[in-house]
Ligand binder design. Structure first.
Ligand code: HEM
Length: 359
């Protein structure tokens, strides 16, 4: 009798366990499970041409604005470091959204928002309500890198767009050009990125420009010494002083890489070796005495494949930060507004125009 009860208990325990496993398996397999993974072929059936649509828009823009390739790589970075790669950086200011675009690292600095909108329009025409703005940012970064002769990687896709932005998080999470190596490492560690990822991703400063205001103190009054930054090459210092005159507005632009300003190559690292890093945060990687990042800079400077491989790995890691998948977030119809706001604004506009037409 006692044995029988024991067996019954065992049987029902086994059944419960099997049922539990089935539930776990089924839920795990569902597309809306909360921890669904990104997948490079996510749009294979729903928007097979998404890559070529994105590529065509960027290729056309870059014919007249080659810098745009750099700007689009940066945009994905500025998205991912602030509450994950959820396209929060694209949200405009509204009654309910405090836009990240006005955070210090972004204001008067972000470029490419209009290009992303052009891409989104083209993608919506081909496959409505399907491709997220966060995925468009990730794809744009990879396509821009290739068009600038840089690294190529298979972009994992399936991100969804967030419903909020966070301006104060943009101010705290995005690294600053005057950060020390320890501060840079901490900012990257917060996102689950290693010092090797930091050095590899900083290599994106092989193309694009910076405003003088972001490094001018290095030219004339570094750390309030009244002297230039000692870790700055003296010939380079003279060149930069011409681009950024003392007491100027700070709005002039300098190339990150003086020799191949629009090409994605490994020059960034050889520049650091000869003290030609543009920002303090760049030069810190090589000129901080005893730093573990020095050997990484030397490796990437000597070996393009090592740099490109590490950049690809780090971009995929960065592209995975805090992604929304499954039924989280939404697929925005317009990248600058959450769908709820867009509908609200559209109905307000139509009731206003109805009022106007009834006057
Ligand atoms: C390590 C910390 C970093 C700091 C402190 C930093 C800071 C900056 C600053 C101050 C600018 C110039 C902005 C302007 O003048 O408007 C800039 C430009 C740029 N950044 Fe970074 N950045 C960092 C990491 C990254 C990463 C991880 C990427 C991409 C993977 C990236 C890609 C770029 C690109 C491509 C540009 C040029 C953009 C253009 O010309 O429009 N940066 N960055």
């Amino acid at each position: 009798m006692a044995n029988h009860t024991q067996n019954n208990k065992m049987n029902s325990f086994g059944l419960t366990l099997t049922a539990l496993c089935c539930v776990v398996l089924v839920l795990g397999g569902l597309p809306f499970s909360s921890d669904a993974q990104l997948d490079a072929s996510f749009y294979r059936n729903t928007c097979p041409d998404v890559h070529s649509i994105v590529r065509e828009v960027i290729r056309n823009v870059s014919k007249t604005d080659p810098r745009m390739l750099a700007s689009l790589v940066r945009l994905h970075f500025h998205d991912c470091f602030v509450q994950g790669c959820d396209a929060s950086v694209l949200l405009n200011k509204t009654d309910t959204v405090v836009t990240e675009q006005e955070a210090f690292p972004n204001i008067n600095s972000l470029r490419g928002l209009d290009v992303i909108n052009r891409i989104k329009t083209a993608v919506e025409n081909a496959c409505p309500n399907t491709v997220s703005c966060a995925d468009i940012l990730a794809l744009s970064a990879q396509i821009s890198s290739i068009l600038a002769q840089g690294p190529n990687w298979k972009v994992p896709l399936g991100r969804r767009d967030g419903l909020t932005a966070n301006q104060s998080l943009a101010n705290t999470n995005l690294p600053a050009p005057f950060n020390t190596l320890d501060e840079l490492k901490a900012a990257f560690a917060k996102q689950g990125l290693t010092p090797t990822d930091l050095v590899a991703l900083s290599g994106a400063h092989t193309f694009g420009r910076s405003h003088c205001s972001l490094f001018v103190d290095r030219l004339y009054n570094f750390s309030n010494t009244g002297k230039p930054d000692p870790s700055l090459n003296t010939t380079y210092l003279q060149e930069l002083r011409k681009t950024c005159p003392k007491g100027g507005s700070g709005t002039n632009l300098a190339n990150f890489d003086p020799t191949t300003p629009d090409r994605f190559d490994k020059n960034y690292y050889s520049n650091l070796q000869v003290k030609k890093g543009l920002l303090q945060s760049d030069q810190e990687l090589f000129s901080t005495s005893g730093a573990d990042t020095i050997t990484i800079v030397n490796k990437f400077s000597a070996d393009k494949n090592a740099f490109f491989d590490s950049f690809e790995t780090a971009m995929i890691k960065m592209g995975n930060i805090g992604v929304l998948t499954g039924n989280k977030g939404e697929i925005r119809k317009h990248c600058n507004f959450v769908n709820k706001d867009r509908i609200r604004m559209a109905s307000r506009d139509s009731s206003e125009s109805a009022m106007v037409s009834s006057i």
